[in-house]
Design a protein around this ligand. Structure first.
Ligand code: XIL
Length: 366
């Protein structure tokens, strides 16, 4: 699949930024652009993005998929890509050592196939949601560093092998750099040293030579110490001929922090493109301090719009995934005390200004 866009489209999108981005146009950050009423009514995000070869994805909560028909139907129609919110993580696929369990992950892959959707793999290597047998084994010394490296190798071959040909991108290494720009101090770094990242990519490539292999992190939307550390890490990996294909920009934003304008998001993405990578927005959500109000919802719409416009402004932004699409099922209230309402639709699946803004951006550029 080619992902390039004609230059004429980029010009159009640049005009779009001026038209729709309140920061770029008038410096105000309080209001989202008005949405053209009626246009493209009933057309879904996945349809609107098709002309751009941009996949529009959502994280999927498998419990909700099984119990809530409205949730399920909307995923089937609105999105062209799905990511397992939890069921491909290590603790989910190997709760007991040596006994892989892909029941739920396979269900998601089947669901995607039925709905003509692609699947993003998330994630091979992370410091969270590891199985208890692994973390306790490392802590009590029954798993040595040598064992751990072999366990990681087997895990990657097993997981990537199981989904070979069924997943288009894998988050190989998730959140491996901290906010200061240093390699994150995790069990992996402590036990295996910095070479574990290159190893993981090489093993994943051997297990499925076609799938796109990603780094993935939060707080890397604009140019910062953290995103620059990724640029440097990727330069080093490429110099060592490590097969890294993509930079995943999670996009967990909050209205209380403000946003980089779309042009700044694009400028940051371009640094990764210049290194020969593609980019994707992988986990977009825009939380707020509750209670929600109209001003916060308008600001939220602007937050989503900076990410989708940033993506449209560069040539190889291949997918845009939201981390859940309805406030009915969201990780935010459980993780950020007093915050929530982070998604495109409300708890009753009604469109919020953010959803209308996403549609407006995708319609106007088309
Ligand atoms: C979150 C899930 O949404 C929650 O359900 C789970 O309890 C914890 O993990 N960055 C990531 C995701 O890469 O895997 C995280 O997902 C959110 C932050």
């Amino acid at each position: 699949m080619t992902m390039s866009r004609a230059p004429a489209v980029s010009v159009l999108v640049a005009a779009l930024v001026l038209a729709l981005d309140p920061i770029a146009s008038n410096g105000s950050d309080s209001e989202a652009a008005p949405v053209a009423a009626g246009k493209g009514e009933g057309v879904t995000l996945r349809d609107l993005a098709r002309g751009d070869h941009l996949l529009i994805g959502t994280a999927v909560d498998m419990a909700a998929l099984a119990s809530d028909a409205t949730y399920k139907d909307r995923i089937a129609t609105e999105f062209s890509s799905v990511t397992a919110e939890n069921v491909m993580k290590w603790e989910a696929v190997e709760p007991q050592r040596g006994h892989p369990d892909y029941t739920l992950a396979d269900q998601l892959v089947d669901f995607a196939r039925q709905n003509d959707q692609q699947v993003r793999g998330h994630t091979l290597l992370w410091h969270n949601q590891l199985p208890a047998w692994l973390t306790s084994g490392v802590a009590d010394g029954s798993i040595t560093a040598t064992d751990l490296r072999e366990i990681l190798r087997e895990h990657i071959f097993e997981l990537v092998g199981h989904f070979r040909g069924k997943v288009y991108q894998w988050d190989v290494a998730n959140e491996v750099i901290d906010d200061s720009g240093n390699l994150r101090d995790t069990l992996w770094l402590q036990q295996l040293g910095p070479g574990y990242i290159a190893d993981a990519f090489r093993w994943a490539h051997q297990a499925d030579p076609r799938v796109k292999l990603y780094l993935n992190d939060y707080n890397v939307e604009g140019i910062s110490a953290k995103s620059t550390a990724y640029v440097e890490l990727i330069k080093q990996l490429r110099a060592e001929r490590v097969p890294v294909d993509g930079m995943g920009i999670q996009g967990h934003l909050g209205v209380q922090y403000g946003f980089y304008p779309a042009t700044a998001v694009a400028a940051n993405m371009q640094r990764f493109l210049d290194l020969g990578l593609e980019v994707s927005v992988t986990e977009a959500d825009v939380r707020m301090i509750l209670p929600q109000d109209n001003a916060k919802l308008q600001a939220q719409a602007q937050g989503y719009s900076t990410l989708i416009m940033g993506c449209l402004l560069v040539k190889r932004c291949t997918s845009f995934t939201v981390w859940g699409y309805t406030d009915k099922y969201s990780w935010v209230p459980g993780f950020f005390s007093g915050q929530g309402a982070a998604n495109l639709l409300d708890e009753n699946f009604q469109a919020k200004p953010a959803y209308e803004q996403m549609r407006a951006v995708l319609m106007q550029k088309g």
